[in-house]
Ligand binder design. Sequence first.
Ligand SMILES: *[C@@H]1O[C@H](CO)[C@@H](O)[C@H](O)[C@H]1NC(C)=O
Length: 297
Amino acid sequence: MQVNIDIRVKRANKIYYETDTISGVVVITTPQQIKHNGIALSMEGIVSLQLSPKNVGIFEAFYNSVKPVQICYALVDISGPNTIPQGKTEIPFEIPLVTKPNRMMHETYHGVFINIQYTLKCELKRGFMLKDIIKVAEFIVEYKPKKQTTDVKPVNFVITPDSLEGGVDLGTIPGFRISGTIDSTVCNISKPFTGQITIQHSEIPTKSIELQLVRVETCGCAEGYAKDVTEIQNIQIGEGNVASGIAIPIYMIFPRLFTCPSLATNNFKVEFEVNVVVIFENDHLVSENFPIALIRA
Ligand SMILES: *[C@@H]1O[C@H](CO)[C@@H](O)[C@H](O)[C@H]1NC(C)=O
């Protein structure tokens, strides 16, 4: 006894670009014939910002700039009042993906304090005393790859006890020398992050070598800003006591949805960093931080 609505866009990967027309079908399945007062389909893109608990209160004035921002909206009636027969009915639709005046389209991004999300919502109006039936489905917005000139400059790094920042007791830190290369800190988001790392020597065996991808989300306005760093993923590239003198590949794929091209607007920023972390058997860890710029190229 349940009416089911499904929104199916034509593109299997659900990726759309600004000014595209999104086409697809709304599939309605019903166990018996139903009457309705019309079916509407809306498309909406929203940026929502949220303050982390540590920043709530500090930035009272900030609340106004934390309201969700609508980037795009469109509404089409895909059916007037009608009757739907028992079984499966497909209603085709087309809806334009255009931004509102003075708004910029940004790529889909699922973060912690910043979310950029695009949805299609279908509403079947049932009329008096009956609840409308609503279905929401997300689709993905990406920038068209742009030919951009990027200086792909490898970045070399060396980590030794001397390179560690102050406050550590050198007496408790084992002697070691770690070197490596990051192929580029300007990264094509559709390509893996690459490089290599070599344990030149270490007095204490290593336990693990890890790559940590973090997001740096900044919400701000004239009154101030709130910046939060959170982990997206942590992957192990070396396990146990890795052999000295052998280059270990650094290789990480940027996860879809949880990353987007680095973004800076008037009231929010989304940036990314990679930490290369070496953990020794005595649980000491050393790490090197690389701010990276993600681009859709
Ligand atoms: C970025 O990566 C994609 C996917 O591998 C590729 O098609 C595109 O040509 C790359 N862009 C540049 C500028 O290398």
